[in-house]
Design a protein around this ligand. Structure first.
Ligand code: IMP
Length: 476
């Protein structure tokens, strides 16, 4: 019998051979080889790369799964058998009772939304109080942050709105950096809680009134009501809040296996993304240490997740965007509508310039190429290999949104394979056209593909030889 890392390679020496995994026992053997401690799963595009699916799949091989940035703007979809879970705050390892799930200081939490998530999971038999721990250092998204987001979001940046998820993420991170109006999880347990929340609420009412906020927004931040709300959060979350930093450092020193689950994608990184059309946290690989509270020495593998094409929600330049029937076809086939907001996603060809940049920035050791099945229905496909910026060919992502907006994609055409792949469980069963497509992406990005996804189900995931190399030759 062929083991998954001894099966014959096809094509070039990149080790693109298949491994079948139709049932759980096989999955477990596969993952044992794939996994090393301190692994990150990072989105390399503008979010929605199906990271949740991979985290859920890999989670049983880890002791801890850590959500370390972002907040309820994230929407991680996990399909387990007939059940579909849409997670916003809760780490995607939650479906595995033996895995400890942490929400660390870099996450901004809306306790009302998180409690809804916790209650929803409880109704389906998943009891978070057992294996979910929340950092006392995490900041709270308060009702006024949602109201502020609405106003600031509506204000156009250079003629184009950022198009935020309206979840209060930017205003909460702004208050975190500003400090004076910030509320953290730890504040919920202090005797000064009511007084502090009332003071901040009163100041926020004044601020929002001066911005012309309508009555319904002001009602939602009425100080007495918010004080009462915070009191109920404190009661409900009691027992789940604690020092995750200490817990995580202990776990590292005890050689526990830790999976860091990125939210959004690296192109939305506040410092390194397509600013200002970004989110407010470090969503690329460089954000793991600060957000989780873990020094770099404990991280040794980074799985960079990208779709086989590109999508983006919200505003901002998108060089390979297809504002035509091809884009519409991708949207339909890929069901490209936001998990959090339901907004239609903008769709376009794979942008190798952008992904090469974010893969390097994030220290990616293997790529996971998702949604391959969506590209099964095209006569020809295109990949962006460079940009034309004001008549000059460039192969790097320009810093300024205005420059990126002027970039015209230089596209290479690749013949489509035009047949379904969603039933395939081995990479060497792929049509030659699909293999050629994957190889070209590996070449352009400069990193081997370790995982291929051909559908939402756990079983529709193929680990290639490159994934076995990941485990067999871990980077120390
Ligand atoms: P915010 O994070 O809600 O402030 O939104 C800022 C930008 O990031 C907007 O363009 C959002 O559409 C985008 N964004 C935030 N979270 C996600 C996500 O999880 N997936 C995709 N886009 C996101």
């Amino acid at each position: 019998m062929r083991t998954w890392y001894h099966c014959q390679s096809i094509g070039s020496g990149l080790g693109f051979s298949g491994c079948a995994a139709g049932f759980l026992g096989v999955w477990f053997r596969l993952f044992r080889s794939f996994v090393v401690s301190g692994t990150c799963v990072i989105g390399l595009q503008w979010g929605d790369e199906a990271k949740g699916k991979l985290v859920d799949l890999l989670a049983p091989q880890f002791d801890l799964v850590v959500r370390y940035q972002g907040g309820a703007n994230a929407g991680h979809t996990v399909v387990a058998g007939d059940e579909t879970y849409k997670l916003h705050h809760i780490p995607s390892g939650i479906l595995h009772a033996e895995v400890q799930n942490l929400i660390t200081p870099g996450v901004v939490i809306n306790p009302s939304t998180m409690l809804e998530e916790i209650d929803g999971l409880a109704k389906r038999g998943i009891i978070c109080s057992k294996n979910l721990r929340i950092s006392e250092r995490a900041h709270l998204v308060m009702p006024w942050h949602m109201a502020e987001d609405k106003f600031i979001n509506a204000a156009a940046v250079r003629g184009e709105s950022i198009g935020t998820t309206n979840r209060g993420i930017g205003p909460c991170y702004r208050d975190k950096v500003g400090r004076t109006h910030a509320i953290r999880m730890a504040d919920l347990a202090q005797s000064t809680r009511d007084e502090r929340i009332r003071t901040v609420a009163e100041q926020k009412v004044t601020l929002l009134e001066s911005m012309g906020a309508p009555k319904e927004d002001l009602d939602s931040i009425e100080p007495d009501a918010v004080v009462e709300l915070a009191r109920s959060w404190a009661e409900r979350l009691d027992g789940m809040i604690g020092d995750t930093t200490e817990l995580l450092l202990d776990a590292c020193e005890q050689d526990k296996r830790i999976l860091f689950e990125g939210a959004q994608g690296a192109l939305l990184d506040i410092d390194h993304g397509t600013f200002p059309f970004v989110t407010s946290s470090n969503s690329s690989g460089v954000g793991v240490c600060a957000g989780a509270g873990v020094p770099p020495r404990w991280i040794n593998q980074v799985l960079g997740v990208c779709k086989a094409y590109s999508t983006r929600v919200g505003g901002g330049p998108f060089p390979t965007e297809l504002d035509d029937q091809v884009g519409e076809k991708i949207r339909k086939l890929g069901n490209e509508f936001g998990t959090t907001t339901g907004r239609p996603r903008r769709c376009g060809w794979f942008d190798a310039v952008a992904v090469r940049y974010t893969a390097r920035l994030s220290g990616v050791t293997r790529l996971a190429l998702m949604m391959m099945d969506v590209l099964s229905h095209f006569d020809e496909l295109k990949v962006c290999v460079a940009y034309d910026l004001d008549g000059q060919r460039i192969e790097r992502l320009p810093c300024h949104a205005d420059q990126l907006r002027r970039c015209k994609p230089i596209l290479e055409t690749i013949e489509g394979w035009n047949e379904p792949v969603d039933h395939l469980r081995r990479a060497d069963e792929f049509p030659p056209g699909a293999i050629a497509y994957v190889r070209r992406i590996e070449e352009l990005v400069g990193i081997p593909v370790g995982v291929l996804s051909v559908g939402p189900d756990r079983a529709q995931t193929i680990f290639t030889d490159a994934a076995s190399e990941l485990a067999l030759q871990p980077i120390a």
